[in-house]
Design a protein around this ligand. Structure first.
Ligand SMILES: Cc1ncc(COP(=O)(O)O)c(C=O)c1O
Length: 423
């Protein structure tokens, strides 16, 4: 048996011993030969979601009509928010579902900046999701108060030296905002340590949990985090464009305001008072009528993660990223790939980036001809996302096998480097 065959046997053994293996059956898998490695971008469809949606459409909307607002819809942002709170180490009344991640970043960043009127520096890093940086740039533009963004730079475009972050924090820093798991390299920040460092300088912290919620244990209360936001369509399997969530620490709530005053954030929306009175609950960060269908369609994905248990998911994810990196070292590195993800498991989330100067065209062949779906992030990162709810070890072996084939027959040379709209 060759080394590579040995690795296949190992994958089969690991799958047979996997205590979470049964959860794969909870997802729609129409084509078992398709290796889906993009659950870090859009999670798979839980089977239950189809039933929930059918019920919401047929019974709640179709039959109960507007009465469903009272029955089940009006309090859904808090009810589902309380479930997400359990995943991020917060109290049920500290998390609410609303809007998109980008809008929640705007609301919480503006709220935080208003709490520190005497300071005007925002610190973030070059690893942050560009939309987050655009939103922050927009906040500075809107405030017209000399606010400036300082970008923390990394030495190697993969990891960040935690202690060096203190060099960027000073008495003028109002807000430090970072993604707990960064979208390209998958680097995982030490939230507790960095939050402490920011607080020691009197700054507030806002964490983007989009790439960590549902894949990494999160303890917002224990870590003393002020604000957090995140999306639900990646590891939470909430569906395309599913609404996002936001967290505000309970003791800050009566001192912060949303910059967008909408009727759903009012203490009593149905009083139809002509003056806004913010709710004294986390609801003050709501704006307008939520998209009920996508909100309720997202709930089964959250339930499944809670049932599987985040510690078990993390354990499997670490095992799987380690297995994939071992395969990478032996079988892909010699083909001209470099690893774009930290080697130490405690420094990475649940995706592995592999880099190659022809990364874009290689990803295209994987998708078009090899039935392996990763995604591509400029300039050369092929992201292989592992969602331990449904990714098997054998999927990782098959993905590497198919990547080797792509490199052998050099089929990627037949493809254009011109980028598609969505990569
Ligand atoms: C880390 C991170 N932050 C923010 C966003 C933007 O989210 P949305 O488009 O839902 O506003 C994304 C989208 O993928 C993301 O990955």
């Amino acid at each position: 048996m060759t080394d590579f065959d040995d690795q296949r046997t190992l994958a089969e053994k690991l799958d047979a011993a996997d205590p979470l293996a049964g959860f794969r059956g909870q997802f729609v898998i129409d084509d078992p030969s398709l290796i889906y490695m993009d659950g870090n971008s859009l999670g798979r469809l839980p089977t239950r979601t189809k039933n929930v949606l059918a019920n919401v459409v047929d019974r709640q909307w179709g039959n109960r009509l507007i009465q469903s607002w009272q029955d089940a819809w009006f309090d859904a942002p808090q009810r589902v928010g309380a479930k997400i709170a359990a995943l991020v180490g917060a109290s049920p009344d500290e998390v609410i579902v609303s809007d998109s991640t980008s809008i929640n970043l705007f609301k919480t960043a503006m709220a935080a900046l208003a709490m520190k009127p005497e300071r005007n520096k925002i610190v973030t890093d070059e690893f942050n999701f560009p939309s987050d940086i655009y939103i922050l740039q927009g906040c500075c533009d809107l405030l017209k108060d000399g606010h400036q963004i300082e970008l923390i730079r990394s030495k190697d475009s993969i990891e960040m030296d935690t202690e060096s972050i203190s060099l960027y924090l000073d008495d003028n820093t109002a807000l430090l905002t970072l993604s707990q798991v960064v979208f390209k390299s998958g680097y995982l920040y030490d939230v507790r340590r960095i939050t402490e460092m920011a607080h020691a300088k009197g700054a507030l912290v806002l964490w983007d949990l989009s790439h960590s919620v549902g894949s990494v244990p999160i303890h917002l209360n224990d870590w003393g985090v002020d604000f957090a936001i995140g999306c639900t369509y990646k590891y939470l399997n909430g569906g395309p464009g599913a609404p996002a969530f936001l967290y505000v620490r309970r003791d800050l709530l009566d001192r912060v305001q949303s910059p967008i005053w909408g009727w759903f954030g009012d203490a009593n929306p149905f009083s139809f008072s002509l003056d806004y009175t913010p709710s004294d609950q986390i609801n003050r960060f709501l704006v307008g009528t939520p998209g009920v269908l996508s909100l309720l369609a997202m709930e089964p994905g959250v339930d499944l993660i809670l049932e599987a248990g985040i510690d078990r998911l993390r354990e499997k994810s670490v095992q799987q990223t380690s297995y994939l990196i071992d395969l990478f070292d032996t079988f892909l590195a010699p083909l001209g790939f470099t690893l774009g993800t930290p080697k130490q498991p405690e420094h990475r989330g649940s995706h592995v980036s592999i880099r190659h100067p022809e990364g874009y065209r290689i990803a295209r062949v994987m998708i078009e001809e090899q039935k392996v779906i990763p995604d591509f992030r400029e300039p050369d990162n092929i992201r292989l996302g592992i969602a331990p709810m449904y990714t098997r070890f054998i999927d990782l072996w098959v993905a590497v096998d198919r990547i080797r084939r792509v490199m052998q027959d050099r089929r990627f040379l037949q493809y254009s480097s011109e980028r598609q709209m969505v990569t």
